[in-house]
Design a protein. Structure first.
Lengths: 154, 91
């Protein structure tokens, strides 16, 4: 499902952010432009980190910014942002972050396959290094085709 | 049948990943469990045999049966962190 949701319009490579908030706002805008979310969802993703801490940093170097469905998620969607330089999100175990894979979903059910794909990638030992070298959507799709190939579609 | 809540800030991302991992762990260990993912605020008023979350959020659940995981997605770490608590809850 991740392959189907990523296109050249919602990926961004070597983004020169200075703070975690800039990263979230950049990815949030990609999702707005792609028609996945309203701008309020971007604000909600920033608020989640301010209020609940950096638990969205799920694995070393890897963050999954997201907010609640009612904060402006229109349909299941994602965006991928890789960073020019790794940034601290405040996670004691998993900083610094160099890749953010965003998530939005309009309810608790429709994005299960997307979540499964993201979890698979975040546990893949090769993903972090490979993502640093992504230069195009073709690079992303080639990696996903190889590493998510056994995933079952729902 | 034990009831388990997995908790994160939103209830649709990290806690849902954790729910899927815990269901796998329960199935592999013969533990009959109903696992639900839920956001932090909604979890406050809920009863469950076990609540599973990360350290930052766990500190705010006083007096409840809590298991703290170091990761929402790494099955090996999750197993190390919650299997004993799941077995105890199931007894």
């Amino acid at each position: 499902m991740l392959q189907d949701l990523l296109s050249e319009d919602n990926v961004s490579f070597h983004y020169p952010a200075e703070t975690w908030e800039e990263v979230i706002r950049h990815g949030g805008q990609l999702m707005v432009d792609a028609g996945f979310t309203d701008p309020s969802y971007t604000e909600a993703m920033v608020e989640v980190v301010r209020e609940m801490g950096p638990y969205i940093v799920l694995a070393p170097g890897l963050a999954m910014p997201h907010a609640r469905p009612e904060h402006g998620a229109k349909r299941v969607g994602t965006a991928l942002v890789t960073l020019e330089k790794p940034l601290n999100f405040g996670s004691p175990d998993n900083d610094p972050v160099s890749v953010a894979l965003f998530l939005c979903a309009p309810n608790k059910d429709e994005h299960i396959q997307l979540l499964t794909d993201i979890a698979t990638l975040f546990e893949d030992d090769e993903f972090l290094d490979a993502a640093a070298d992504f230069e195009s959507i073709e690079d992303v799709q080639a990696f996903l085709a190889e590493h998510l190939e056994d995933q079952e579609y729902v | 049948m034990i009831s388990v809540l997995t908790v994160c800030g939103n209830g649709i991302g990290s806690s849902l990943m954790l729910k899927m991992k815990i269901e796998e762990i329960c199935a592999e260990n013969g533990i009959d469990a109903q696992v639900e993912s839920i956001d932090f605020n909604a979890a406050q008023g809920r009863k469950a045999d076990l609540i599973v979350t990360v350290k930052e959020l766990a500190e705010q659940f006083e007096g409840k049966n809590i298991a703290i995981v170091r990761s929402y997605i790494n099955k090996k770490k999750i197993t190390e962190d919650v299997l004993e608590a799941l077995k105890q809850a199931a007894q």
